[in-house]
Design a protein around this ligand. Structure first.
Ligand SMILES: [Zn+2]
Length: 114
């Protein structure tokens, strides 16, 4: 449609998913961070991309996360014993909430019962 000049591609950082090993826009990938906890590395989902530390990227979806688990990509990415319990719970919740608005419970204000 648009006679766009060259360089029309948006300037979006590219990252490699450790699950499927494909490179994609940072926007569609989740950042995971390895937080050091007494010698163990707890893998956390960095939803706001503000956490410091060694990061890894995976597509938003359980398939890529599961693939990363299977191939022990986290151990490689974080160079150690990576504890993925928290991240697993996060992705499980994501699966349960297909719309993406997870944990958003619509609670009607306790109406006036007068
Ligand atoms: Zn992927």
């Amino acid at each position: 449609m648009s006679p766009a000049a060259s360089g029309a591609a948006a300037h979006v950082p590219q990252r490699t998913c450790i699950g499927c090993r494909k490179t994609d826009d940072q926007a569609v990938l989740m950042r995971l961070v390895g937080v050091d906890m007494d010698g163990r590395i707890a893998v956390q989902v960095d939803e706001h991309r503000r956490m410091s530390g060694r990061g890894a990227w995976v597509h938003r979806g359980t398939a890529c996360f599961a693939a990363a688990l299977r191939r022990r990509a986290f151990h490689r990415a974080f160079r150690g014993q990576a504890d993925t319990t928290d991240a697993e719970a996060w992705f499980k919740a994501l699966e349960d909430a297909p719309t993406g608005s997870k944990l958003e419970t619509v609670q009607p204000e306790s109406g006036s019962e007068i």
